[in-house]
Design a protein around this ligand. Sequence first.
Ligand code: AMP
Ligand code: GLY
Length: 413
Amino acid sequence: MKVLVIGSGGRCHAIVDALAKSPEVEKIYCAPGNAGIAAEAQCVAIADTDAEALADFAERNEIGLTVVGPEAALDRGVADCFKRKNLRIFGPTKAAARIESSKDFAKRLMTEHGVPTAAYRTFTDYAAAVEYVRSHSLPTVLKYDGLAAGKGVVIAQTFDEAEQALRDMLVDDRFGHGRVVVEEFLQGEEFSLMCFVSGRNLCPMPVAQDHKRAYDNDEGPNTGGMGAYSPVPFVTEEIRETALRTILQPVADAMADEGVPFTGVLYGGLILHKGTPKVIEFNARFGDPETEVVLPRLKSDFYALLDAAVDGRDFETEWSSDTTLGIVMAAKGYPGSYEKGYVVRGLENAGKVYHMGTVDREGKILTSGGRVLMPVATAPTLAEARSEAMKAVKAIDCGALFFRSDIGAREAR
Ligand code: AMP
Ligand code: GLY
């Protein structure tokens, strides 16, 4: 079987890596891919948002299954385009992907179906939003209602800060013209629970924890994610079961009931608020960097699993009890502006390293993105995985990168 993976980050590298282990997979293409992915797949120079070109490629090359990585591709209707041409694809339609691309859609669906999440209201008018915020307590959470690469969320500690953020989003249209969801602030530990979903059929993955802030001790700006590990000790089996029963299953059912059945990975960004899991956000795809620490633990055949999900057949999975931990190495300046084109050395001494943003220039690996590399280590305990991953980070030689040294540290103690 020939497969196509759409995307270029560390998540896609992990997907390619997992597919490469399947005996049924004879060739993997990745569009557009990166320097690390090129070692396991044939990279194809097509943008991950160019739905028509991707579908043409899949048709011409007799691709049996396509897997979508990034949300931007889903939002451009890549899955719809493939389905129109009777091409098999693992990923939701544009309408179903609104569970991620529209905060308002997600909040309405959750509220109507009794799924636990923060109380909210949606605004298009700046003055009305300011008045609402001023009549509620701080901190307050402001979310731009659309895709903003993890940068559309502001947790305002003061009313001035809230007004500035609302002005950015509703008056100056910083992310485009749109709406803002104002949400109650929830306190607690966050975790990510991803499920393979085919309509009402759910197959959960193990829980992972991301680290969203740029610097140690959860300081600095929000990023796409600076490191992750799986499993997560504080998320007991009971908490996971509760999350599946009260959150993931009802949402999959509600989407099927509303005529937008979901096929793909449903990602619950959850928070343990006073002992109960509640939803912070949904994503319509594999998490990044969670995928890089979850898929290495998969013992069953990844291709067979995706194949069954696309056909709506039942599927089961088996996972290793080991812990996988990965540390993101990002360009200095990220998530703000940063430079590209620095040489990376020492990769051969770092074990398993997922590439997030790299290019190959005449045999040299150069940085080409905000998040650049993610060394991952797997070991019987979290403490061991953490120490192995730290060694890997130190083996990589590139002065233009920074990383967090506390990934998994709180739970490893
Ligand atoms: P999101 O893009 O929705 O995942 O939000 C980014 C981050 O903001 C989350 O990972 C949380 O740390 C934080 N956050 C979002 N919504 C809330 C909320 N209602 N209460 C507390 N923190 C939140
Ligand atoms: N790790 C957060 C995300 O994938 O959106």
